[in-house]
Each structure stands twice: as structure tokens, then as C-alpha cells.
Ligand binder design. Structure first.
Ligand code: GTP
Length: 450
């Protein structure tokens, strides 16, 4: 199977393309043969015409020679009226190859001329062969020359055509051989000087890939040759070099781009982390009181509704403590506003320590007023926690010389427990806690009212 598939021509393979498109050399040979055929026809025509005229001239000369050879003997035979000799001479003339027809007119005084003729069987009356005609004279003695007849020699037309046929045959054969040799020579030269190298270039280009661009094209010809193929060879190599440099540059650019992309991703990751942290911080800040770090009123408002609905749904207890620093205005006036802030921080810290269980919420509602939300805690437990709060604060012994109830900072606490019978909104619960706080204040402060 592997062997079979290896022999299957692949698209783009130079051999396949060559089979599909044909050979330049073959086309050149066909063109050469066509041209040679036309040239041969023209050449044969011209040479045939020349050969015909040469044959005519040659036959004319031959007739002249025959005439020179036989005219004196014929003239003598007429003069001597030797009819045997005359016949013999005439037969000899007629048997000469160049002669197609011979006609002898014998002039007799006082009588009509006598005509004797000899003709080849195939000689036509109308022919193209040369004709030689002249008078025959006989000089019986010096100075007494007399016309005795007239000889007409007509050339052998058959011989003419025979000679022409031989000539034309020779011309055609030599021309055809010449054309075939020329076409073969051109094909061989074209194949060895052009086609071979063009195929090598095609194979080289087909095998080109990014990883072998450094393999230059070598046509294996003499370095002294500087022709179109040399230009093509150096052009291909120059193109490969440029392409290789371009791919190298592109690779470097891709590496740099990947590095930039990685760096950018890192920066984005860093910025995202920073943004997330900032966002978390922002959310915390938006929900917490900047002075004490406790939940602010906004955050408390979010939580209170959730816890209230849960208590309502599950029927669990929910208790609210409203806490207010006693005589805080006096504290501020006595110790200054900055010290007042520190005092608020200590109170907040005490609140956080006492109400540190999960679910317990401590918030600063404003000024020196704090609220504690105790989900799942009934009023009785809450009261104990409130007492513990006052004790813890007292243990911290924050001096408050301006207070009318204690030498230390104290808290008044209002307590309200959730009663589903009478309360259906959290703010009602909050109002009750506020009212309880008011009662704690009016009852003398530093106490817990419910
Ligand atoms: N240092 C400081 N003082 C604040 C802050 N917020 C409110 N205050 C002060 O807290 C005081 C609250 O005084 P009041 O509402 O009259 O109450 P009080 O003086 O504590 O009197 P009682 O509540 O009746 O015991 C005001 O003097 C406010 O200026 C704060 O963030 N820092």
C-alpha cells in the first residue's frame, strides 16, 4: 500500500505539473519542425525550379554536342545520297538519351523537301524540352559550301522529368534529414541548457519551506555563465534570503509581542488585585465608622432588616441595646474634642469585646450613641450582657471628672426585646430601645432600662 501511495503523483509536484502542462522542449521541437517543413517546401520549390532550368540548359548543351558530332556526317550522307549511311546516322542520333525526336529535311533541287524523322514512343508533340534547329551545309571543295538540309533536334522530355524527379528526391531527403537533425539538436540543446534547469528550479521552489529557506538554489552550471538562468538563480536566492530575514524579524517581533502580552497580563492582574483590594476597602469604609471601626448606620440598616425578617420567620428572639455615653458633652468640654474621640474609641473597643459572638452586631449610630443587635438572644440574656458591658467599661476606668454619676466614663443602656405580638417592623423595636434609653437617662444614667 505504501509503495502504491508513494507512486501517486501529488498536486504541485513539478513532475505532475510537467505532465499536465507539457514540455517546453517538445513545443519548441514541434515549432522547429513546422518551420523546417515550411522552409523545406519553399526550398524544394526554389531548388526544383532551378534544377529544371539547369536540366534544360544541360539538355540544350547535350543537343549541341550531338549536333556537332553528327552534322557533318549527316550532311555528307545527304550530299552523297547515301541513304544507308543517312539512316544509320539518324538512328544513332535518335538513340542518344537526350534526344526525344529528330527530324531531317533534305532539300532537293526542283522538288519538295524530303522529311525523315525518328521519335521516342513517350515523346509528345507538345513538350517542354529544348529544341535545336539549324541548316546542314556541305562543302564539297573549298569555297563551295551548299545547304543540303535542315536538322531539328528535340530534347527528351521524359529524361528531363526523370532527372528532375531524381533531383527533387535528393533535395527532399536532404532537407528532411537536415530539418530532423536541426530539430533534434535544438531539442537536445534546449533540454540541456534550459528545460533541465527550469525543472530543477521548479523542484527547488516546490520543496521550499520556512525551515529550509537557508538552502540556496544551485543549478550546477559553470560560474562563468551569465545569462537569464543565472539571473533567475540569483533572483530566487535573493528572494529566499529576504524571506528568511523577514521571517526571522517576524519571529523576533512575535517573541517581543508575547513578552509584552505577558507583562501586560501581569500588570492587568496586579491592577485587578489592587482594584479588588481597593474595592473591598471601599466597601468596608462605606460600611464602617471611620473613628471606631464599628459598623456605621448604613451597614446597620442593611443588617437589621435581614435579622428582623429571620427572627420573624423562625420565631427566634431578637434584642436591641441602645447605649449612650453619659455627660459626653461635659467630657468634651472638660478634656477636649480629641480626648473625646479617644474615649469613644475605648467605648467602641469595649463593646466589640463584650459582643464578639457570631451574629452579634455593634454599630455607631452617631455622636456618642451606639446600638447592639443580638439575634437569637432574649431580653434576659441581653440584660446580663448589658450589665457585663457596664462592668467591662468600668474596669477600664476612663476618668470623667465632669460626670455627675461616676468618676469614670459610664453608659446608659436602653433594652428592647422583639415581641411578634406587638412589633411588626424593626424600627418599632429600635424606637422602644430608644425610649428605654431615654428612661435610663431620666432614671439617673449609668443604668439599664427596658
Ligand atoms: N469628641 C467627639 N464628640 C462628639 C462626637 N459626636 C458628637 N459629639 C459630642 O457629643 C455630645 C453629645 O452631647 P449631648 O447629646 O448633649 O449629650 P450628653 O452631653 O452626653 O448628655 P446625656 O446624653 O444627657 O448624658 C455633643 O457635645 C457633641 O458635640 C465625636 O465624634 N467626637
Amino acid at each position: 500500500m505504501a509503495r502504491m501511495s508513494a507512486s501517486v503523483p501529488k498536486p504541485g509536484d513539478p513532475e505532475t505539473v510537467h505532465r499536465q502542462t507539457g514540455s517546453l522542449g517538445r513545443r519548441l521541437v514541434l515549432a522547429t519542425l513546422g518551420f523546417c517543413l515550411l522552409f523545406t517546401l519553399a526550398s524544394v520549390g526554389l531548388r526544383t525550379w532551378l534544377a529544371w532550368h539547369d536540366s534544360l540548359e544541360a539538355m540544350d548543351a547535350e543537343l549541341e554536342l550531338i549536333d556537332q558530332v553528327f552534322q557533318s556526317n549527316l550532311a555528307r550522307a545527304i550530299w552523297e545520297m547515301d541513304s544507308d549511311a543517312l539512316e544509320t546516322q539518324l538512328d544513332s542520333v535518335a538513340s542518344a538519351a537526350p534526344v526525344g525526336r529528330v527530324e531531317l529535311q533534305i532539300i532537293r533541287a526542283g522538288r519538295a523537301p524530303e522529311v525523315i524523322q525518328r521519335q521516342r514512343a513517350q515523346q509528345h508533340a507538345e513538350h517542354r524540352a529544348p529544341v535545336l534547329q539549324h541548316r546542314l551545309t556541305y562543302e564539297a571543295y573549298a569555297g563551295a559550301s551548299e545547304t543540303v538540309g535542315e536538322l531539328r533536334l528535340e530534347g527528351n522530355e521524359g529524361l528531363l522529368w526523370e532527372r528532375l524527379f531524381d533531383e527533387v528526391t535528393e533535395i527532399v531527403i536532404t532537407q528532411v534529414i537536415q530539418s530532423l537533425l536541426l530539430a533534434g539538436l535544438i531539442m537536445w540543446m534546449f533540454n540541456s541548457t534550459v528545460t533541465l534547469h527550469v525543472r530543477r528550479i521548479a523542484r527547488h521552489l516546490t520543496a521550499l519551506a520556512p525551515e529550509n529557506l537557508d538552502q540556496t538554489l544551485r543549478l550546477g552550471r559553470s560560474v562563468k555563465r551569465h545569462d537569464e538562468l543565472s539571473l533567475l538563480e540569483s533572483g530566487v536566492n535573493s528572494l529566499q534570503a529576504k524571506l528568511s530575514a523577514y521571517l526571522d524579524r517576524q519571529h523576533q517581533d512575535e517573541l517581543a509581542l508575547a513578552a509584552h502580552r505577558d507583562r501586560l497580563a501581569e500588570l492587568v492582574e496586579e491592577r485587578t488585585t489592587e482594584l479588588r483590594a481597593a474595592n473591598v476597602l471601599l466597601q468596608e469604609l462605606s460600611r464602617s465608622d471611620p473613628l471606631t471601626g464599628l459598623a456605621n448606620r448604613r451597614h446597620f440598616d442593611e443588617i437589621k432588616e435581614v435579622e428582623f425578617r429571620r427572627a420573624l420567620r423562625l420565631g427566634q428572639p431578637l434584642t436591641v441595646l441602645m447605649c449612650d455615653v453619659d455627660f459626653f458633652k461635659r467630657y468634651n468640654d472638660h478634656y477636649g474634642h480629641a480626648q473625646g474621640d479617644l474615649c469613644l474609641k475605648v467605648v467602641a473597643d469595649t463593646l466589640k469585646r463584650v459582643f464578639a459572638r457570631a451574629g452579634e452586631v455593634v454599630a455607631r449610630l452617631g455622636g456618642e450613641e451606639f446600638v447592639v443587635l443580638l439575634p437569637g438572644v432574649d431580653a434576659e440574656s441581653a440584660l446580663r450582657s448589658a450589665v457585663r458591658l457596664q462592668q467591662r467599661l468600668a474596669e477600664r476606668e476612663l476618668p470623667h471628672e465632669a460626670s455627675a454619676v461616676s468618676p469614670y466614663v459610664t453608659l446608659s443602656i436602653g433594652l428592647a426585646g422583639f415581641d411578634p405580638e406587638t412589633v411588626d417592623q424593626f424600627d418599632q423595636l429600635l424606637r422602644r430601645a430608644d425610649e428605654a434609653l431615654y428612661r435610663a437617662k431620666t432614671q439617673g444614667r449609668n443604668c439599664i432600662a427596658d
